[in-house]
Design a protein around this ligand. Sequence first.
Ligand SMILES: [Zn+2]
Length: 221
Amino acid sequence: MRRAFSALLALLLLFVPCFAEDVCVYRKGTARGQVSLTFDDGPHSAYTREILQILKDLGVRATFFVIGENARQYPDILREIHAAGHEIGNHTDSHAFLKNLTLASTCKEVSDAAKTIEEIVGVRPHVFRPPGGSYSDAKIAALSDMGYVSVLWSKDTRDWTCPSVQSVVNSATQNLSDGDIILFHDFNGKNSPTPEALRKIIPIIKEQGFSCVTVSEVLAH
Ligand SMILES: [Zn+2]
């Protein structure tokens, strides 16, 4: 009886922090031996398909935080992301920075993108990444009420600035640890180093003993 009470108390203590947190923006997961590759700003007419092929060739799944406007422009590519078993997250409808939006327009940006995603692939996203990492606690709390888990990252490859392939490889793989969430972009207006870097990054991650999973999985939600 006493042991059962102790177990119950331990269980309650485990869950109390979740109830106490109105606002939570994840930067890193807790899953042991797992990391997550995440791709923002797509779908893109060329790079997304190239990245999908690489992920397929190397047998890993990832999360794509897509923009509603781009999803409407390339619905077939969004379907290909979904059909390949990757997770689709919400990255607003027009890549609006939350700091420039009212609370109401934040919710509209996110719900417009969700509507587009659901119309195209039949699934409503439940993970959200704020463009530019810009957010406020009040806006994240409102999105939490809408059912979203908000996620930033623990490793930034800065691939959107078009650094060298080796720079992207180093940023993604150095000092890798359990639950890391790695930020890439599948939309890039210039010559993206990301596809070539990915072909090197994924084997290195595997050599280090990590598997690549979706962001929901690495958060163990
Ligand atoms: Zn973005």
